[in-house]
Design a protein around this ligand. Structure first.
Ligand SMILES: Nc1ncnc2c1ncn2[C@@H]1O[C@H](COP(=O)(O)OP(=O)(O)OP(=O)(O)O)[C@@H](O)[C@H]1O
Ligand code: SF4
Ligand SMILES: [Mg+2]
Length: 532
């Protein structure tokens, strides 16, 4: 409101000076054009600052028109002053200093008329522009307007104690909604490797190579595997943060990879990411209200009203409540929080957009063990509260076992096993899964455990082994006498019974007994205490 008044006042005041030479107003009014100009600039600056927080229309159109109007007004002032000077000359035939003499009157009269006419014209245009700018900005919420009714599926209401509660998201009935939320088919994500003087492409990092999986609505799907096997890349590819080289990804039947422009922007709201690093993922220069509000601002429209600061702040407060932080923390900066609190802010940021699908990329691995369980429990509660579906990336198998319903095991860009948590931990059907599980420490010092140690390092994803990618390190292949098929034919991910999928030519031979025998042949013995 103040900005609008300033703007209109600023545009109006110079009119005093237009009229003044014509009707010979009091000379004391001279100088008002400067005040008018300053007021107009102040109005423009205030509007520019305020409109920086509004949707695109006001952010660009409002300030642009204001700046143009101010520019026109400067020009108009020049013309008006010039006119005033010319008319003064016409009427007095001399300067007050008396320096100039022998002035020709007729050109001066012509100049005065011209200057006045152009000054009037420009200032009229400036005024119209100012009014249009003011109206545009007003439309987008600089001026107070009634907040829209909350149409969001997450409704916040204040209870007597001043604490926000959230209503459960209304989900479509099962017969209406497909059970599968996300379907990933033969997805490949290759990163180019450039070399030579001309920096030409000389190879690729096969970060994700032909991965297919489905995630059901409401599921907590875990993704495990050694460092560098492509977990993060797969998560980011699903979220359209990395470009897929090939394959298809559908969410609720919508082809994510084909989406562009507004459709993709709308879809982004439905899929969010919780980052691994609670320290690096929060901008240290922003207060929490802006960290969480940034996404809301990007997704603001006239229906949700997130372009308006009060609406945004209210929502930020609601989600701080939801993740167990105080509402007034919104004014603090990231360095004023502990690691666990920061991760809660990251979770609030992801959930504030009301997503359905959330990729949690190792959300607890950077946290103290005592905090890890708190965050996991919080994620579980939020899943129930908001009916979320998680892709939970981790390398801590105990965490995944505790948290997830179903698990996918990745090795060197490929999914090698997919199974329910119970099936995987009870009867793994891929030699790599067996080796991973045998690395879980047993929290009992009396239990001596022999661990399967995989030979060598993970091969380079830029030059993966032929056939089964695991064949260079596979204990089962060694036990079976190194059959050729392992190094020549890439085993597909196939159902080995009860919905458990394994990518191994000899999946039926993977057993506890085979693993124990392989472990017994190894020279290294790991105990629970050594693991710890
Ligand atoms: N932007 C990129 N450009 C080139 N290569 C990349 C890029 N991002 C990832 N990679 C490579 O892709 C492979 C998979 O990386 P990714 O980050 O997905 O692994 P990860 O399984 O998440 O590992 P971690 O458990 O350590 O987080 C790695 O070899 C990595 O070096
Ligand atoms: S296909 Fe061969 S190398 Fe690959 S996991 Fe199975 S046994 Fe091991
Ligand atoms: Mg990662």
């Amino acid at each position: 409101m103040i900005a609008g008044i300033l703007l209109i006042l600023g545009m109006a005041l110079p009119w005093v000076y237009v009229v003044e030479p014509l009707v010979s107003l009091n000379a004391n009014l001279r100088g008002f054009e400067d005040v008018g100009l300053l007021v107009a600039i102040a109005g423009a600056v205030i509007i520019a600052l305020a409109s920086g927080r509004t949707p695109l229309r006001a952010r660009i159109a409002g300030p642009l028109i204001v700046v143009l109007a101010a520019g026109c007004e400067v020009f108009a002032l020049y013309r008006i002053v010039d006119t005033h000077w010319a008319i003064t000359l016409v009427t007095s035939k001399t300067f007050s200093t008396g320096v100039i003499e022998n002035i020709h009157l007729s050109p001066l009269v012509a100049k005065a008329s011209l200057s006045l006419a152009s000054g009037l014209y420009v200032i009229a245009v400036a005024s119209v522009m100012a009014i249009v700018g003011g109206v545009l900005i007003a439309l987008d919420g600089i001026f107070p307007a009634p907040a829209p009714s909350r149409t969001s599926s997450v409704v916040s209401t204040r209870v007597a104690a001043g604490v926000s509660v959230f209503a459960r998201r209304e989900l479509p009935q099962h017969d209406e909604a497909p059970r599968v939320l996300l379907e990933v088919r033969n997805v490949k994500t290759y990163y180019p490797i450039y070399g030579g003087i001309l920096r030409r492409r000389v190879g690729s990092v096969y970060a994700v190579d032909d991965v297919s999986l489905t995630i059901n609505r409401g599921e907590k799907f875990g993704l495990v595997g050694e460092s560098g096997c492509g977990k993060t890349t797969l998560g980011r590819t699903i979220l359209r943060l990395e470009k897929a080289t090939a394959g298809s990804i559908t969410m609720d039947g919508h082809d994510l990879l084909a989406m562009r422009g507004p459709a993709l922007k709308r879809m982004r709201r439905r899929m969010q990411l919780i980052f691994q690093d609670p320290y690096g993922s929060l901008n240290p220069r922003m207060p929490v209200s802006d960290i969480i509000g940034e996404g809301l601002l990007a997704q603001a429209d006239s229906a949700n009203g997130w372009g308006r600061r009060p609406v945004r702040d209210e929502r930020v407060g609601d989600y701080l409540d939801a993740v167990g932080l105080r509402r007034d923390y919104s004014r603090r900066y990231a360095h004023e929080f502990s690691g666990g609190q920061r991760q809660r802010i990251g979770i609030a940021r992801a959930l504030s957009l009301d997503p359905e699908f959330v990729v949690c990329d190792e959300p607890v691995s950077a946290l103290d063990v005592s905090i890890q369980s708190q965050i996991l429990n919080l994620l579980s509660e939020l899943r129930d509260q908001f009916n979320l579906t998680y892709l939970f990336i981790a390398h801590n198998l105990s965490v995944v076992q505790y948290f997830c319903d179903r698990i996918g095991v990745m090795y060197l860009g490929k999914l090698v096993e997919v199974a329910s948590t119970d099936a995987l931990y009870d009867h793994p059907r891929h030699p790599y899964s067996v080796a991973l599980l045998s690395a879980i420490p047993v929290p009992d010092p009396r239990v001596r455990k022999k661990r399967l140690i995989l030979k060598g390092d993970v091969p380079s994803p830029a030059n993966p082994p032929s056939g089964c990618r695991f064949h260079t390190r596979c204990w089962l292949r060694e036990k079976l006498g190194n059959p050729d098929v392992c190094s020549t034919v890439d085993p597909p991910l196939t159902d080995v019974g009860g919905g458990q999928m394994s990518a191994c030519h000899f999946a039926e031979q993977v057993s506890d007994q085979a693993a124990e025998e392989a472990a017994a042949r190894q020279s290294v013995i790991d105990t629970a205490s050594a693991d710890a």
